[in-house]
Design a protein around this ligand. Sequence first.
Ligand code: NAD
Ligand code: UGA
Length: 462
Amino acid sequence: MKICCIGAGYVGGPTMAVIAHKCPHIKVTAVDIDAERIAAWNSDNLPIFEPGLKEIVEQVRGKNLFYSTDVDSGIREADIIFVSVPTPTKTYGIGNGRAADLKYVERCARHIAKAAQSDKIIVEKSTVPVRTADVIKRILDESDTSVNFQVLSNPEFLAEGTGIHDLENPDRVLIGGEETEAGQKAVQTVASIYAQWIPRDKILTTNLWSSELSKLVANAFLAQRISSINSISALCEATGADVGEVAMAIGKDSRIGPKFLQSSVGFGGSCFQKDILNLVYLCEAFGLSEVAEYWLKVVSMNDYQKSRFSRCIVNKLFNTVSDKRIAIFGFAFKKDTNDTRESPGIYVCRDLLEEQANLAIYDPKVPSEQILSDLNGNLDSDGKYGDASIEIAEDAYAAAEGAHAIAVLTEWDEFSGLDYERIYLSMRKPSFIFDGRNLLDLAKLRQIGFDVYGIGKSLPAL
Ligand code: NAD
Ligand code: UGA
């Protein structure tokens, strides 16, 4: 059996590596139009940082795993083609700011229609609006070849930072297909790949539309939990309750459960916001305005949380951060990834730059060019950014040196193990820490002499 995946990004790259690793009898090729990305996949410096990924790629690359820019050959050779291309929020025209932009998916369908010379199973791996499989099928069926196509939905549920673990031990795999005999046969073919390492009872099969919709709904529910606990964090700060204690107390209720109740500076990542906006757009399109409004609140609560954090920094620093040095600990949207898409760090840093702060940013995995491009950096040669400035620091100590405040924006493990006495001595006084991830021991930091702020914590006066 031969598999091809169109799109070697955060999903396609690791997913294909794990399939190749678990199924040595299958030839797996991930193809991409981004030649630089493919070159990186074929080098020692992979384009994606994900714990455990490099080890797997090194074991199977060149044996039964290949990364290539030759999309035509990838399509022609394969029996099964996964489509794992971006489905970002549209930034133009009808549905601007809400709808999913399906141009990449459609381009893939047209490319497959043109290049395919034998029957294929096409698997939607990208997250798509309900009934996208119809669009793909229409395009494929219009092609003038005599080739037969089956279109399946197999959304991906991995989270970045734990992607390899999630792919190796998923809670479930979901495969949706047409209820015809050929459709069900295709579902079983794809299920048999996952069954090489995943128990059969975790491989769920549904109709196409349930599968497509379940992916959007899973992300909406997860994001909703974060917005819910973040809304309560504001109330905790106003009342003297502690959001960590509240999360612990409610999470013990087995009906609620403890996961995804970590209050934070806000959720980021390429998917939660876009997938909720996609859901909102779908609801609006079907005239369900109350349902749309309900889910939109999850996004607006997240925007509120991010700007609440920036406002708190300005407010505590005596209502001005102009010309003050602020150390930013972490820029990735969560730990253990180099991905910054929709990172709350981008929004908080932009707010502080707007207030004319001088930022010293340190992240263990995000390249400096990425940080500067995310902040739309038109830096002068002396590092100035209008009335503000950005410096990319080589470690947390360098970032904090001479700073008025530290803002922890990503929960990298290394930030909890730093020598905060040393950091305190190197900073301006009074020295502030704003912990946007509730990662640090605020009581200890207070003993050292810091002024501390944690999300959803209202600390008693000293
Ligand atoms: P990504 O941007 O990292 O990767 C997509 C890749 O597709 C890019 O490398 C791009 O060059 C390539 N591409 C685009 N058009 C192409 C074409 N016509 N031919 C060949 N290659 C093409 O995106 P991602 O994070 O991997 O997300 C892909 C999809 O998976 C999205 O729909 C996303 O919602 C979904 N998803 C993402 C995650 C995640 O953790 N990132 C998790 C679950 C689902
Ligand atoms: C999320 C989902 O968890 C995956 O199941 C899904 O496949 C993926 O989106 C997707 O469709 O792209 P991901 O965004 O990679 O995965 O990472 P998460 O662990 O979900 O974190 C998302 C954001 O929420 C991060 O900024 C994280 O810091 C934040 N978060 C998470 C919290 O603020 N509190 C929590 O309790 C959990």
